[in-house]
Ligand binder design. Sequence first.
Ligand SMILES: [Zn+2]
Length: 147
Amino acid sequence: MLTQPLFFGVWSPTQKGHFLHGSGGHTPASSERLARLDQGFCRGVKNRWGEVDPTQQIEGLARLHFVDGYTVLAFWDRSGDNRYGSNSAFLVPGRHAFADAVRLAREAFPSIWARFTFPVVLEGPDLLPEVAPGHCPGCNCGSRSQA
Ligand SMILES: [Zn+2]
């Protein structure tokens, strides 16, 4: 468990590709249990081709998850890569309400937040309860992430 927030997504428009980053831009080893970081924590339901319909990919409409000690703040984001399917997820160690998670993620990654041209607003319940490790209250994403 790290103590600093992590960012999964596109680091910059000149450095495309979705990866996990620390605040300095480096890429730490990722947790196996967070293998669903790419799109898996965002809103929307995948179709039979494993894609979420573009009409559901509303930028900044965030989902909050609590998995393995991390508050995960995830939303569709085409500010780093304008293609559909592009997304961002902030992993904040500990359990936080939406406003706190946003503040901590923004403090750790100011350059990422500066490029958002849309508001980041919560969709779904706030301050998720503690549950068994590997699980996420409400959406069960944590258990499904263990491929
Ligand atoms: Zn979840």
